[in-house]
Design a protein. Structure first.
Length: 615
């Protein structure tokens, strides 16, 4: 840089900060254009694999399920242990297994790129965005403060799952099988609320049926959210937003349905991409994504490098902050979706349990993903240990285990989560789940609310204009100052803390502690769920009683050989969507009546059961 731009010696703090951001290039610092292109191509290829992955039915390989809605609906709705197992394992076969080699190449190139910009590795570069020297220590302290609440929730849920799946499949002192928690990644547990509801005879806060009855569609859900922001004195959505947003899944192309908000940095061109469904969960997600859009609009006047959240967790927190008010019975009643408000402590516990299954269950997941990635980036976790270390962290922090044995050479289960192949840092979500409650506490106080924190709808307070004005002031700052400055504008504090979360869930904490008086908190890391080969359709028993994936016996493609004396073994080949298998010993082919219905399928018997294999 020319001497006249010796920005490190500038006296103007804002201009100095601006130049610092401009000169930080990240992966773009890689001067080798061929390697930079390779890096970008790897990212594109990984996202393509993720977005097109499908799991095909064992007994009907022509019928395949996309992640969304097929496999996610399976995980959310089914209580059949083996059906859940198929959906869980099928997605990891379709996406994760195909990404491991690509991801290791990406890590190497990403590290090389950021080193050219002065960082030791990609993880260090990501952490620098928080401008907090002891970030990892602060986050660990917060996690430890929240761990007792999580362990009480885990123990309660584990006991309830035993009632559904039996003590053999869910151990009373062990980690929980990962496929039983209502979500493909066990990151939130709201979909199993029906199995763990504290007071099933009392009403629960789910307005999905009422939304359907009133004829809600995606557009109406977004209109309701826009009205919420208007009531809080925020900027309404511009006309172009309504013209350019993808509200529902299109019929004419493949898309990643993961909801996201977009700022095109020109003429208030902001958009949301979402495959919206009419239910309460998506209503909350709509408000979350609209929170991102509001942030974009508020800091649109800032120079480009300052058009970001004060730290990466702020954007997520702002969206969820507003959703905390929207989720309250008081707000749902105000907008006509909850006909009756009742003052009943048991109804409150039901509501707080719903919130805990979303918010508290998420905390260890939000914490561990980047713990894993930081270790991958700094080299302390090598490629041959990717999956082993992934599950060590998931068991250590979440208290969950894989429902079937994992193959360290082939499985790459971290890749089954969108943010890993998309290279989206994840610790921001943990940070956001902490500070959103601090924001909520501040907004409720500023609006004049004085009751229980979990009942507060900040948009209904007598001084909601004051709260909205203070929120807008923080949002307008963008990243123009270090995040504690923006944080202080709204909250009056300069540090993250778990205190507001614990205050919000205080009634549930007391209730859970009483429920768990005779329970073991925590889990025995050595327990794994039993696995029966029969009935799964996708495995066979080899090597004694150990259940293994048939493909794990093969090094590559094996052609059918009628003269082969080998034992029948199934070998994996990629077909671009999921795994397929080919019979190694063709004299085992079963030519039954079904061959007419499935001419491209080999039916053959093993010692355990009939397998159907797509050729």
């Amino acid at each position: 840089m020319p001497p006249e731009y010796d920005w490190e010696n500038f006296s103007n703090v804002t201009v100095k900060r601006l130049f610092s951001m401009i000169t930080t290039l990240g992966t773009a610092a890689l001067e080798d254009e061929e390697k930079l292109e390779q890096l970008n191509n790897l990212l594109s290829e990984m996202e393509e694999i993720y977005s097109t992955g499908q799991a095909c039915e064992y007994d009907d390989p022509k019928t395949c399920l996309d992640l969304n809605p097929g496999l996610e609906d399976c995980m959310a709705d089914s209580t059949d242990y083996n059906r859940l197992l198929f959906c869980w394992e099928g997605w990891r076969d379709a996406a994760g297994r195909r990404l491991g080699d690509l991801y290791s190449q990406f890590v190497e190139l990403s590290n090389e790129a950021v080193r050219a910009d002065g960082w030791n590795d990609t993880g260090e570069y990501w952490r620098s965005w928080y401008e907090t020297a002891d970030l990892q220590q602060q986050l660990e302290t917060i996690y430890q403060d929240l761990q007792p609440l999580y362990q009480n929730l885990h123990a309660y849920v584990r006991r309830k799952l035993i009632n559904t799946y039996g003590a053999e499949m869910v151990n009373a002192e062990g980690p929980i099988p990962a496929h039983l928690l209502g979500n493909m990644w066990a990151q939130t547990w709201g979909n199993i609320y029906k199995l763990v509801i504290p007071f099933p005879n009392k009403p629960s806060i789910d307005v999905t049926d009422e939304m359907v009855r009133q004829g809600y569609d995606a557009r109406r859900m977004f209109n309701l959210s826009d009205e919420f922001f208007r009531e809080m004195g925020q900027i309404p959505m511009p006309g172009s937003f309504w013209d350019r947003t993808m509200f529902v899944r299109p019929d004419d192309r493949e898309v990643v349905c993961h909801a996201s908000a977009w700022d095109f940095y020109l003429d208030n061109d902001v958009r949301i991409k979402m495959c919206t469904k009419v239910n309460q969960e998506d209503l909350v997600t709509v408000h979350h994504e609209m929170g991102h859009i509001e942030y974009f609009l508020q800091y649109a006047h800032q120079p480009l490098p300052f058009r970001e959240g004060a730290n990466p967790g702020f954007h997520e927190a702002v969206g969820d902050l507003l959703a905390l008010s929207v989720s309250t019975p008081a707000h749902l009643n105000k907008v006509g979706l909850l006909p009756e408000l009742v003052d009943d402590p048991e109804v409150d516990i039901n509501f707080l349990m719903q919130m805990a299954l979303e918010k508290i269950a998420f905390l260890p997941f939000g914490y561990l993903i980047d713990q894993w990635r930081w270790r991958v980036f700094d080299g302390s976790t090598t490629k041959d240990k990717y999956n082993e270390e992934w599950w060590k962290l998931r068991t250590q922090y979440q208290g969950i285990v894989p429902p079937v044995p994992r193959n360290p050479d082939k499985d790459f289960d971290a890749g089954s989560k969108y943010h890993v192949p998309a290279n989206t840092p994840y610790i921001r979500y943990f940070v956001s789940f902490v500070i959103q409650f601090q924001f909520h506490e501040a907004m409720c106080s500023l609006s004049g609310y004085t009751g229980d924190l979990h009942k507060c709808d900040a948009s209904a307070g007598a001084m909601k204009d004051v709260a909205g004005s203070r929120l807008a002031e923080m949002l307008r700052m963008g990243k123009s100052q270090p995040w504690p400055e923006a944080f202080e504008v709204l909250t009056g504090d300069r540090e993250m803390s778990a205190a507001a979360i614990l205050q919000y869930f205080a009634p549930l904490i007391d209730w859970l502690e009483k429920q768990n008086e005779n329970e073991t908190l925590g889990w025995n890391n050595g327990w794994t769920p039993p696995y029966d080969c029969e009935g799964t359709g996708g495995f066979t028993c080899l090597e004694g009683s150990r259940c293994v994936r048939p493909a794990d016996k093969c090094d590559g493609i094996q052609d059918c050989d009628d003269n082969s004396d080998e034992d029948p073994i199934l070998c994996e080949t990629p077909n671009g969507r999921s795994s397929i298998y080919r019979a190694f010993s063709c004299d085992m082919i079963y030519s039954g009546n079904n061959m007419e219905a499935y001419p491209d399928i080999c039916f053959f018997f093993t010692s355990k059961h009939l397998l159907t294999i797509k050729l």
